[in-house]
Write a protein that binds this ligand. Sequence first.
Ligand code: SF4
Length: 329
Amino acid sequence: MYNFEVERIAEIIKREGYSRVSLQFPEGLRDHATEVASQVEELTGAEVLISANPCYGACDLADEPAAQLGAEAVFHFGHAQLLKSTRIPVHYIEVRLPQEAEPLLEEHLHLLEKRVGLITTVQHVHILERARRFLEARGFEVHIGGARGRARYPGQVLGCSFACAKSISSRVDCFAYLGSGDFHPLGVALATGKPVYAFDLLQGEVRNMEEKRERFLRQRFATMAKARDAQRFGIIVGEKPGQRRLALARRIKQKLREMKKEAHLIHLAEVTPENLIYFRHLDALVNTSCPRVTIEDAPRFPRPMLTPQELEIVLGERKWEDYVLDELD
Ligand code: SF4
């Protein structure tokens, strides 16, 4: 099902004269790493290293450790380019998926209202224009937002960037997300307040995000309620290149201290309960690194973990009705 573009990789290696490269896969694709490495070695004769550190986005590149091991380039799989400067060249293999959206759209046209916004992730950006023509031929008015925020392609959203959907929100009645999983369509539902239907091209089913949005907001409300009396805060600063927001973390620390609360800056690469286990005396955490961790992994943390905007609600600076997701520039 996956196209790892091994021949293109081989062409790049030969063209650039690389003798040692590193391959970096997100966890969902890592099962294929050794197979791809063997093929690349066979086609090029270059030495291939495989990065096994966790990787969830193009905000998190293996260029620095790979360079330290003598690699001349990194091939990063499964994401589009996000960072501009890297220690050694990084080549992006986006791993587009072949599924078509038309059969699922046809079956569920009755869900959609007249003006539809199409959104997706990088794995499916190539099918958006075809889906647009399909819907327009059936009388819908279709909008696809331009590449904005962290997105590199029209219609693309990331777990930390919904700017593309927000840019067309006022012109659509609902969104159709073409892809897989719930995190991105849920994010669009929260960021726009519009009905969002997740057309799951891998599962072959459609899910309305409304119920999940309600459940999500109830959970976050409960988390914020737990943090209301917190006196001792840890403010997390991500170490990964595309997750570092030290200036924001400093502003939060200063604000909390002005309110006579204890506040500490804690930096780490992997924001996990295990890595934070010895901060038992803290009452609450504020995460300025990947917002997806705050949202998806929150139940795993033994103390409330808030986004910067949720902290504003807890401190009475923002109204609950103005709840927004955390997004990165
Ligand atoms: S910050 Fe998080 S959501 Fe954004 S690209 Fe990185 S891993 Fe994905």
